[in-house]
Design a protein. Structure first.
Length: 169
């Protein structure tokens, strides 16, 4: 196993889970949002605001292509839209293992209702989360592993992921 890609909606816990999973497996952790912000010298929100979503998705796709070519052991926290653009999920599935962290939209709404850092969720949070979930679930559901993560602790979630991956840390 060389690359594990965590996918799912904004706020589902991909970054937290990926970081802990990487530590447990002794893999390198990579967070797409952090990496893009460092490369661009701006926050995700600023990139969306100044250069637009299309530009952001292109940068995200370029990063995914670079990461897919790497041979080292990685646990990657992708952006919520990464698998949905430029055949992102296909690339991830062909170069690593994808894990969909599935959380009920209602729980996401409660987590994200006051988070103003996410550009696609600045307004009409309830409606936008439901719409994003409905738009993306078809792509997300094509992940190699699907984990329903409603009301489960991070520790239990990581244990389930490791079991699904059939890895012995």
């Amino acid at each position: 196993m060389s690359k594990i890609f965590l996918i799912g909606m904004p706020g589902c816990g991909k970054s937290t889970i990926a970081k802990e999973l990487a530590t447990l497996l002794k893999y390198t952790f990579l967070d797409f949002d952090t990496e893009i912000e460092q490369q661009e010298g701006a926050t995700i929100a600023a990139i969306f605001s100044i250069k637009g979503e299309k530009y952001f998705r292109q940068i995200e796709a370029q990063l995914l292509t670079q990461v897919a070519k790497k041979a080292k052991d990685l646990v990657v926290s992708t952006g919520g839209g990464t698998p949905c653009y430029y055949k992102g999920l296909e690339l991830m599935n062909s170069t690593g293992t994808t894990i969909f962290i599935d959380i009920n939209p209602e729980l996401l709404i409660n987590r994200l209702k006051s988070d103003m850092k996410r550009p696609l969720l600045k307004e009409r949070v309830k409606e936008n989360i439901r719409n994003l979930y409905d738009d993306r679930i078809g792509v997300y559901s094509k992940a190699d592993i699907k984990i329903k993560a409603d009301n489960i602790s991070i520790a239990d979630l990581i244990k389930r992921i490791v079991e699904e991956l059939e890895l012995k840390p």
